[in-house]
Design a protein around this ligand. Structure first.
Ligand code: FES
Ligand code: FES
Length: 163
């Protein structure tokens, strides 16, 4: 199997890897780098569990070739907490019981972060649209939308600026 050198930024750190040509970013994160927050669900681009942030946008890591990550900036859920403190979205999901089994949660939170980064005042419909590619079997989505709305509201006061 051909190996390809790839250099990228992962959770704010420079990373150099030799990856098998044709392997996915999802496999690189979980199998090579032991970053297990990114979940392996359908492997077909339909569940959203493998969502990561690449250059500020949500991407499905099961459909992203590792070798195409050259020069990209990648963030996984492990990169969201700051000095051990939970990101406001993580805290809001906990406080609002927006996670049950938790399998969809990393992808949901990263999709929500991308939305809030580009639109700090989303409507319910915009939140629903932003997470529409992320399937949840447990919550019925209402607690998830409420948690994201609560963070958006807190972002609008000075205490919530971290989000
Ligand atoms: S594992 Fe990537 S979309 Fe389901
Ligand atoms: S909390 Fe279980 S799939 Fe979403």
């Amino acid at each position: 199997m051909t190996k390809v050198a790839v250099e990228f930024t992962l959770n704010a750190r420079e990373q150099n890897e030799f990856v098998e040509s044709g392997s996915t970013l999802l496999a690189m994160l979980r199998d090579r780098l032991d970053l297990y927050a990114t979940k392996a669900g359908c492997h077909q681009g339909t569940c959203g569990a493998c969502t990561v942030i690449i250059d500020g946008e949500p991407h499905l890591s099961c459909l992203t070739l590792a070798e195409r990550c050259e020069g990209r900036e990648i963030t996984t859920l492990e990169g969201l907490s700051l000095d051990g403190a939970l990101h406001p979205l993580q805290q809001a999901f906990m406080d609002g019981f927006a996670a049950q089994c938790g399998f969809c949660t990393p992808g949901m939170i990263l999709a929500a972060k991308c939305l809030l980064d580009r639109n700090p005042e989303p409507t319910r419909a915009e939140i629903a649209d932003a997470i529409s590619g992320n399937i949840c079997r447990c919550t019925g989505y209402e607690p998830i939308i409420a948690a994201i709305l609560s963070v958006a509201e807190r972002m609008r006061d000075p205490v919530g600026k971290r989000a």
